[in-house]
Each structure stands twice: as C-alpha cells, then as structure tokens.
Design a protein around this ligand. Structure first.
Ligand code: AHR
Length: 495
C-alpha cells in the first residue's frame, strides 16, 4: 500500500547549524573493533599504512568521518596510557577485563590512534581514565600529547616519533562513571569531575573541549546534578542511549532473521531518542540557560544479541537494512536539537555493535549503516531548516510508530537537502512538501532500500544494500512530491 502525508518546509526560518560532529564515530578496544578492524600491524599482508588498514581508512574518509572517540567506553577507565607508547615489542600485555578477558597487546596506543585519525582526516576525541586513575595521569597524558615545549614529556613524545604536538580537540573526563567507570553517584562524580578539571589546565596549548561523563539513558537526575554542581568547569556533557529491540538486556533480540514485530519494537525503542534529548536538554537549560555546554550523545546505536558462536564479550553483530533506516531516523531527530546537541558518536565503527564496517581477514563489507552515513554527508556543517511533517501512525505487528520521520537543511553548497526515513516495513509514503518561499527547479537524490527487512551486504560481493539513484521526486511550482518506497532512506537535493 501507500501512505499519503504532507510536510511544510520553512526555508525562511533557518534553525541552528548542524555540526559535522553529529556524524562522529566511537572505536573502543573491544572485540575486533581495533585489532583486525583498524590495526593489522606494519608486517601484515593486508594493505596498510604504518599498520593501519588502508581499506578501512579509505571507507571512513569517504563518509567524511569528522571525529573518532577512543579508547573507550568501559575500556577507557582501566586504560593506562603509558602501556601504549614506546617500542611496540616492549609494551606490556594486559587483560581486557571488560571485554571477554581478551589479551590487550597495547600495539595500538596513542601514536597509532593519532595516526589513524590523521589518515582518516578525523578529529581525535580521547577519553581519559577517571575511575581507576588520578588527575596526575590525566595531566601527564595530555602534556605528552600536546606539549610544544622542551619538557621531558614532550621530549619523550619526540623520541617516540612525533615531533609536533598532536591535535587534541576533545577530551572526555571519564566514561559511564555511574557504572563501569567507577560506580559513582552523580554528586560524587561531580566532585571528581571538579577535581580533575582543576588539573586539566585549559589554556593556549590545551584548548580541548572538556566533556563530562554523562547519563545512562533516562537518568535525567545525573545530567541535572552534574551540570548544576560542576557545569562551570565543562564544555560538554555526554549521554548514552542504546536501542535494544526488546528493551531487555537479558534477551535483546537478533540482528538478522527478525520478524515484523521486532522491526516495530526496534523503531519504537529508537524513537525514544527524541523524548530523551528533550528531557536532558530541559535539565541543561535550567542549569545552563545560555546553552554554552554541548550535549554529546557519544554512544548510541543498536545493541542486539551477539552472533551465535561468537565471544559474548566481543559484541559482534551483523547489520541490516533495519540498521540503516534506524541510523537515518536518529539523524533526523538529532537535526532538531543541534542548538544543544553538538556531537554524536555511533557505537561502534568496526566489528562492534552497530558498525559501519565489518572485516573478515583481508575483506571488508560496508554495512547499510555505513551507507546511511554516506547519504547524509551533505548535512555535515549545514543549517537546519524546520520541516513540519504530519506522519501518520502505523501499527507494525502490534507496535505503533510514526510511518516516517524527516529533516531538512541548507547545505554548504547552497542546495536544500531533504531526508526521509520510512519506517514502514510494508508501505510506501507519498510525501507532498510545501516549499513555501524556496525556489527550486530540480530534485535529485539517492535511496537506500531492499526487498527484505533484514537484507544485508556480504563479504566479497558487490553490496546490494547501497544507495541507488532516486527517481521518485518531482517539483511542480512550490510543491515537492516524493514517492518513497517502504523501509527506506531517501535523501534529495533541491536546486
Ligand atoms: O559500547 C559498548 C559499551 O557500552 C561501552 O564500553 C560502554 O561505555 C557502554 O556501556
């Protein structure tokens, strides 16, 4: 069937800038996220530059990855930065206690991460250890990374092969400090945050944005207490929200082979992002009315049961059309709140949770989620344009969700972009958009869809769930019509 809907574009009332950092990534030392996923070592037969996979770098460049958060996640609050510098054959091997007890060789440390970010052209976002460390370790790691002087830490960095200070625009002070990062209360963490911030030395050498460890999903009290008690020492606070189809950690739901009921539940769960942002933003507006502090959703995405037969601590899951549509639905939500939401980082870039890329030996596969990022590149550093939509509610095997969501922006290239995530597994949407003052003559774009809800791309063959030219757009006078297929993402440019 087909659903008819209308929307109104308000090109005369531009909204907030949509930061490119909305399209950020998160890469933790977890499973094959770094080892195999990014790092193969300089002696590998897999093509690499200084040990870093060239195929992965090229793919991440192609989606203009703006920022990569590292080294965790839970891993960050157990990480000792000194383990990861100096000659690789001398680095200690540790146990990755959070993630399957797997060996952590420390072959990938600060220099390798910075090299990876530089090769991709992304800004590094380093999460430092608060939970099991102290302000001295933080201060020394930061000085090691950015000191331009002749002090011993700068000399040590030079001896390890890096003369110039590294670029360090983002530093996270703790991760999930309410849980794996130290089991702290909000009040206790706020005090810890203040103590760490005193030794952060934000100055001309260290201009990094200081990001406080944020709340777990709907724990708005955390955001309230931390921004109230320590807000003046931070530039941003994070927020984590994972989409779990069943809503239950014990049995989350499968990444593939799911039914329509699971599709509907997954979207209902993910769309909670809207209300979630509203609630946390309301708490921040109370404590920071000038909106100086950014809200960084620095972990989000789908979290399914791991693929059968894989290490449960490695969080390896496949990625289907559902994930691609879901990523777009979240982008459309983020675009509404960019006066406060200045960064998001999907969990996680490679081989972990809702990944952009899966690797298998020397092969990689680009996932439907990857292609959603690719289609939304024009939204990076654009300006939001309000788009009022009346999306009818649909019933997906017992769960009610809006049929679609959408967003619009004026791109850096001057074109207007409209994006739609059609969440209906069965019905196309005929969307009629009133363009108001916008004078546009042509519409062209791309569509991401497939026959099956759980269609995915396979290793070693041409991807089938990939953007294709979109032929369903028409402009007549001040009206745009889009004929959007079921379960799809459409992004069009109006010129
Ligand atoms: O992304 C996986 C884990 O989820 C992260 O390490 C942690 O911060 C969160 O609980």
């Amino acid at each position: 069937g087909e659903i008819s809907a209308t929307a109104t574009l308000k090109a005369d009332k531009p909204g907030a800038p949509i930061s490119r950092y909305i399209y950020g990534q998160f890469s933790e030392h977890l499973g094959a996220g770094i080892y195999d996923g990014v790092w193969v070592g300089p002696d590998s037969k897999i093509p690499n530059v200084r040990g870093i996979r060239s195929d992965v770098v090229a793919a991440l460049k192609d989606i203009k990855t703006p920022v990569i958060r590292w080294p965790g996640g839970c891993f960050a609050d157990e990480y000792r930065w000194r383990d990861g510098i100096g000659p690789r054959d001398k680095r200690p091997s540790r146990k990755n206690n959070w993630w399957g007890g797997s060996p952590e060789t420390n072959a990938f440390g600060t220099h390798e991460f910075m090299d990876f970010a530089e090769q991709v052209g992304a800004d590094p976002y380093v999460s430092i250890n608060v939970g099991s460390s102290n302000p001295t370790e933080m201060r020394e790691w930061i000085e090691y990374m950015i000191s331009p002087g002749d002090d011993t830490l700068a000399q040590e960095r030079r001896a390890n092969g890096r003369d110039k200070p590294f670029n360090l625009p983002f530093v996270g002070i703790g991760n999930e400090s309410w849980g794996c990062g130290g089991e702290m209360t909000a009040e206790y963490y706020a005090n810890e945050y203040r103590r760490f911030s005193a030794f952060f030395h934000k100055n001309d050498d260290n201009k990094a944005v200081r990001i406080a460890s944020g709340a777990n999903s709907f724990d708005v009290n955390w955001t309230d207490v931390v921004t109230k008690n320590a807000g003046k020492y931070m530039d941003a606070i994070s927020l984590h929200y994972y989409t779990i189809p069943t809503g239950k950690w014990s049995k989350k739901g499968a990444a593939t082979g799911f039914d329509k009921a699971a599709w509907g539940q997954t979207f209902a769960q993910t769309l909670r992002m809207d209300d979630l942002l509203k609630q946390h933003i309301a708490a921040m507006d109370k404590n920071d009315p000038s909106k100086r502090i950014g809200l960084y959703v620095d972990e989000w995405g789908t979290w399914y049961d791991v693929e059968p037969g894989t290490n449960p601590g490695h969080l390896y899951q496949l990625n289907t059309l559902r994930d691609g549509v879901l990523a777009a639905a979240n982008f459309n939500i983020f675009h509404r709140y960019t006066d406060r939401v200045k960064m998001t980082n999907i969990a996680q870039t490679i081989n972990v949770l809702q990944a952009m890329i899966l690797t298998q030996g020397d092969k990689i596969v680009l996932t439907p989620t990857y292609y959603a990022y690719k289609m939304y590149v024009p939204f990076q550093d654009s300006t939001a344009i309000p788009l009022d939509v009346d999306a009818p509610e649909i019933d997906v095997a017992g769960t009610k969700i809006p049929a679609f969501n959408a967003s619009a922006a004026k791109g850096k290239d001057g074109k207007t972009y409209v994006a739609v995530a059609n969440m209906s597994p069965d019905d196309g949407v005929k969307l009629s958009v009133a363009l108001g003052d916008l004078k546009a003559k042509s519409v062209s774009g791309q569509v991401l869809t497939a026959d099956k809800m759980d269609a995915m791309n396979a290793f070693g063959v041409k991807p089938t769930v990939a953007p294709a030219p979109f032929k369903g757009g028409k402009i007549a006078g001040d009206k745009l019509t889009l004929d959007i297929p079921a379960k799809s993402v459409v992004v069009v440019a109006l010129d």
